[in-house]
Design a protein around this ligand. Structure first.
Ligand code: ATP
Ligand code: MG
Length: 645
């Protein structure tokens, strides 16, 4: 894919947009030249108990970040109370079950408000007070959102742990955040299989004696053990409390939540977000990046256990009064057309998913997509990894019929919300590029010494200015926060990602900096080589890592997953090498191609390159923390495959 492949803003995206190109340029310029004025214009997007007088007050050296510090508000009020007068009877949440045969559920804003207040009262009754940390370990059901908002209501700090994690991963996170309370459910369902949530919590709590209360939502309905004096059924407790609860007034810099990063690169970090800045960022980005229009149905397929679910299932959409869809299931159950069937059923307008899901669905061809009516769709989005141009074009052609804007949103758990993305009504798209920075975001490229690189170039992606949604610390380890993000390049936030800026000032994320490969002095982004491999019609997915090489310094080791039904042959390996040579350059030709039916992925679907690197190097003695892997058996198969080379 060349930089010249440029797709103009579709007519469907121009009509009724909140922001055209002139609007984007004017607001972006204001956010850079007069940040104080820009944020003063934006703070009215939230309902404050006390409107802040101070906007940004931050420094990256020494590190001290505050936004709206004298403001007072409550996050749950933004998502509930302020909608009651105008849209109390509008649907806030649509829930779609794992099985298409199970009935879906809806909750209006008024109903959700009542549920949140009741749960807040129950939590108070269990002894939860302002500042307490509460672990939420839930399936994708409306009560997960209720639990988050109930914590916010009473000023407790939630720590959502993805419902697919093991007891060990739960207890580690409970201990790290020193939680005394857990909210969970009896069991969930994914792909037709039960997920034993309560059993996992019980096991986890064997090593967490500090936990004094567990609130259990009945979802699956099968019997579970309940510990006397510790465990409380939600459906029983909710009958005993009133459906109103005054929101706790919170300082803008009071913590709203802790969330552990997905763990692709090492031990998960407890990323801490605060109330005012995070809420404004979630709300503002939802408004502009998704170009949300009144009455639309928004579906983000992430789990609430990831930041994407926090910002774009719960806080962004609900603070804007949108209808947000929560889906308990997975893309390929009962078959691979499930996503498109849900879109048809609920007339989804905005669809936001991850490249990993798109690549998996792409393998199945277009028939499962085309058989469903997708005419309700207005916008398609992607997040989580670089989206290969091949997958982007499939999304554009097959799902969007070449009419719908695609937003490729680059951001991190640490950033709270989107930082680089096209605005659908304003910015021309380039397949594979996240395009332009959002308001207030100032990306730069630096070299290894931290010197700025100007013009079209590749380098390390840093941010030189703070934005309200930025994380404030690593929970319990501020030094790790400073070390991880602000010590590589003094006075800048280092993202850990590499990027390229092209002649039009468009941003291309080239992958994590650790994944840059230096072949005979040429720096190659793994994302680019992977895209060349995935462009082959028989390839579903690829992951490229560096291996030590006597002559070149580093060599290229490529793991490649062929499409369903394609045989792994030596000819295919030859063809793939040829593909990369043609697409990029002979320098980028992989030294090894390892054909494999599966790649190791985190629970959020990201490829764990750290492990692939070890296997490629034949150093499997210490693979590090693999507790966040979706399917650990993949690792053994890869090690065997490596031995047979
Ligand atoms: P950990 O920090 O624990 O290793 P993680 O980085 O996978 O885990 P997240 O915060 O979920 O945790 O992911 C953020 C990272 O995902 C980004 O730094 C980037 O590498 C990648 N990413 C997210 N969205 C995009 C995108 N649109 N394009 C390219 N890369 C993306
Ligand atoms: Mg990260």
């Amino acid at each position: 894919m060349t930089d010249e492949t440029r797709i103009a803003v579709p007519a469907t995206a121009k009509a009724g947009t909140h922001c055209d190109l002139a609007g984007y340029e004017a607001l972006y310029a204001q956010s850079m030249e007069n940040p104080d004025g820009f944020w003063r214009d934006q703070i009215g997007r939230l309902d404050w108990v006390k409107t802040p007088t101070v906007m940004g007050n931050w420094s990256y050296d020494p590190v001290d970040i505050k936004w709206f510090e004298d403001g007072v508000l409550n996050a749950s009020t933004q998502c509930l109370d302020r909608h009651l007068a105008t849209r109390g009877d509008q649907t806030a949440i649509i829930w779609e079950a794992d099985s298409p045969d199970a009935p879906s559920r809806t909750l209006t804003y008024r109903e959700l408000h009542g549920e949140v207040c009741r749960m807040a009262n129950v939590l108070k009754g269990m002894g939860v007070t302002k500042g307490d940390r509460v672990t939420i370990y839930m399936p994708m059901i409306p009560e997960a959102a209720t639990a988050m908002l109930a914590c916010a209501r009473v000023g407790a700090v939630h720590s959502v742990v993805f419902g697919g994690f093991s007891p060990d991963a739960i207890s580690g996170r409970i201990q790290d955040a020193d939680c005394r309370f857990v909210i969970t459910a009896d069991a969930g369902a994914r792909g037709g299989r039960p997920v034993p949530l309560k059993v996992n919590v019980d096991k986890a709590l064997e090593s967490c004696p500090g936990v004094t209360g567990v609130l259990v939502v009945r979802h699956d309905g099968k019997p579970v053990a309940m510990a006397d004096g510790r465990d409380v059924w939600w459906h029983e407790a909710r009958e005993t409390v009133p459906a109103h609860c005054a929101p706790e007034p919170m300082g803008a810099e009071d913590p709203l939540f802790i969330l552990y990063t997905s763990g692709s690169t090492g031990k998960p970090k407890g990323v801490l977000h605060t109330t005012g800045g995070y809420m404004l960022w979630a709300n503002l980005t939802f408004h502009y990046v998704f170009d949300y229009r009144e009455g639309e149905i928004h579906w983000c397929t992430a789990d609430v256990g990831w930041v994407t679910g926090h910002s774009y299932i719960v806080y962004g959409p609900l603070s804007q009064g949108a209808t947000t869809l929560m889906f308990e299931g997975i893309p390929n159950y009962p078959d691979v057309s499930r996503f498109w069937q849900v879109i048809e059923k609920h007339k989804v307008n905005i669809f936001y998913t991850a490249p990993t899901a798109l690549r998996a669905l792409m393998r199945e061809g277009e028939a499962p997509v085309k058989k469903h009516d997708r005419s309700s769709l207005r916008l398609l989005g992607s997040v989580g990894e670089p989206i290969n141009p091949e997958a982007w074009l499939w999304y554009w052609r097959t799902v969007g019929d070449e009419k719908l804007p695609i937003i490729d949103t680059w951001w991190q758990t640490e950033t709270g919300g989107v930082l680089i993305s096209s605005l659908p009504g304003a910015i021309d798209m380039k397949p594979g590029s996240a395009t332009k920075p959002f308001f207030g975001v100032c990306p730069e490229l630096v070299d290894a010494e931290g010197q700025f690189i100007e013009g079209p170039a590749s380098g390390n992606l840093v941010l030189t200015r703070s934005w309200p949604g930025q994380m404030r610390t690593v929970y319990g380890d501020h030094e790790r926060f400073v070390q991880t993000y602000f010590s590589t390049y003094k006075g800048m936030y280092f993202t850990g990602d590499g990027a390229r800026r092209d002649e039009d000032g468009y941003w291309w994320i080239t992958g994590r900096v650790d994944d840059v490969i230096n072949v005979s002095g040429h720096r190659l982004g793994t994302a680019e080589i992977e895209s060349a491999l995935v462009a082959h019609p028989d390839v579903a997915e690829a992951a490229v890592v560096a291996v030590p090489h006597d002559i070149k310094g580093q060599g290229i080791y490529a793991y490649v997953t062929p499409n369903m039904g394609v045989e792994a042959t030596e000819d295919m390996v030859k063809e793939l090498k040829f593909c990369v040579r043609e697409h990029i350059s002979p320098i980028a030709t992989p030294d090894f191609i390892h054909l494999t039916p599966a790649l190791p992925k985190t629970r959020s679907g990201k490829i764990m390159r750290r492990i692939l690197r070890k296997i490629a190097e034949n150093d499997t003695s210490n693979l590090g923390d693999i507790s966040t892997l979706a399917d650990p058996s993949v690792v053994q198969a890869l090690i065997e495959g490596r031995k047979n080379r």
